[in-house]
Design a protein around this ligand. Sequence first.
Ligand SMILES: [Ca+2]
Ligand SMILES: [Ca+2]
Length: 269
Amino acid sequence: MKNIIFIISLFLISCGSDPINKEYIKAPKDISKLVFSEYDSLQIHNWHFKDIIQDSLPGISLTRLYDEIIKNKKGKKIIVAVLDTEIDIEHPALKDHIWENPNETLNNIDDDGNGFVDDINGWNFLGGKNKTNTFYQKFDYTRIVNKLATHPSIISKDTISKIYKHYSKAHDKYIDELNNINYIIEKGNVIIEKYKNQLAHPLLPLEKNITIELLDSLIENHGLKKKEINLVYLFTEFGENFKDLQNDSIRYSDKIKYQLNLDYNCRLP
Ligand SMILES: [Ca+2]
Ligand SMILES: [Ca+2]
């Protein structure tokens, strides 16, 4: 049991033995007929439950499923294991359906002997020791590089072994991302410094959104080179401003500190 991975299991209702008419919902050919503007903000907020034909909202048709397909159907309980990070077991839609381990009680003892103390609703493998959530977790390839670096196949450079190939693939990805993030941090900081000076100009107030026109103006009138601010063009595509750029720099630094840090232990609270 020790090696069985499960996080949270739920009781869900499945449909009984009555066959379901499996009709696939197709999007209308004329997409221009979809009218999003008719909906209020709450309906738009719940767009993912909606149906593309009935509601003109490209969701998963959940409301239509309840109303048309499983309405009046008798269900039976099944257990579904969910492998994911952070699930809210107190959510109103879930709290009455969360699986409970029948062989475990809350007593600080591993009653069922599976290696996990008080695993009442499953186990959080990436959380803190006291069942707390950790904000940052390593990327999977960081974890693989860290775990396999001392494996005999890696130390002996056994290039035809499966372990070596697995490690190699993760390592390449790790180095690529590390270089990429370092480049962004380095260039981002250079750009921020340049912008601090440029934005001090009375015509370019600090809080003003950085637009393509503004960047063109900086190139034309203030001597910035196109190559130097290519990165800023990338940011402006997402409508970001100068403060966002600064926050991104912090965010990317955190990636180095945690998600790409081989020694970071994301199990510590
Ligand atoms: Ca246990
Ligand atoms: Ca226990």
